[in-house]
Write a protein that binds this ligand. Structure first.
Ligand SMILES: CC(C)(COP(=O)(O)OP(=O)(O)OC[C@H]1O[C@@H](n2cnc3c(N)ncnc32)[C@H](O)[C@@H]1OP(=O)(O)O)[C@@H](O)C(=O)NCCC(=O)NCCS
Length: 188
């Protein structure tokens, strides 16, 4: 069984901001590039990738080709790949007006439940805190147990329960806002 080390240990030891590649023990985060278009086309058009609790947003090659070069400041987009170079998912961090960063993430179905997302988000957290941001949030559909589990394993705390906030297939579902503060880790 995979035993996950304390998040603080991972965060402290594995961020390599200088070359933009953020390397961990099993996976690394690599900024999106045009080489990722085939991966994004394959998976962002697959219902299983967004999962049953997140909106399905299909995308065309043309949209991706236009979007990639316009990748905005204030947003961190990374492909999650294994250290062997297999692309397994994506993460995003979006700067918010209050100075915090909101994160999002997806892992492709065939390789879920191997700890990839947890490690990828631990790496992203370390990167964001190293950028000087002191608060990270995530908003999750209350029924999305795997996603909630990832956040809770990494020390995120539930701070708000929002009733009927996610509209999905004509049904309104509840959302939970989680946060992680730099001070919560006590290691920096
Ligand atoms: C959420 C998601 C990214 C997790 O990726 P992952 O690589 O499988 O995550 P990890 O393996 O690091 O951790 C998943 C945890 O959820 C647990 N889990 C998964 N399904 C579960 C279930 N039905 N009940 C209880 N726990 C469950 C796993 O056992 C694991 O916890 P553990 O390490 O304590 O055993 C992936 O499921 C996904 O892409 N979902 C669709 C998109 C999505 O919902 N994104 C999040 C938006 S907020």
């Amino acid at each position: 069984m995979f035993t996950y080390p304390q998040p603080a240990t991972i965060i402290y030891s594995s961020s390599h901001i200088e070359n933009s590649l953020i390397e961990g023990k099993t996976v690394r985060l690599r900024p999106f590039s045009v080489d990722d278009i085939e991966f994004l086309l394959r998976w962002n058009n697959d219902l299983e990738y967004s999962g049953e609790y997140e909106p399905f947003e299909p995308v065309s090659r043309k949209e991706l080709e236009e979007w990639l070069p316009r990748e905005k400041a204030g947003q961190l987009w990374y492909i999650i790949e294994t250290n062997e170079g297999e692309k397994v998912g994506q993460v995003v961090g979006r700067d918010q007006e209050d100075g915090s960063t909101q994160i999002g993430y997806r892992v492709i179905p065939p390789v879920r439940e191997r700890g990839y997302c947890t490690e990828a988000i631990a790496l992203l957290i370390g990167h964001i805190f190293n950028l000087g941001i002191e608060r990270i949030t995530a908003e999750v559909n209350s029924r999305n147990i795997p996603s909630r589990r990832v956040l809770e394993k990494l020390g995120f705390k539930e701070i708000e329960y929002k009733e009927k906030t996610f509209g999905l297939n004509g049904v309104w579902l509840d959302g939970i806002v989680y946060e992680l503060r730099l001070g919560d880790l006590g290691v920096f």
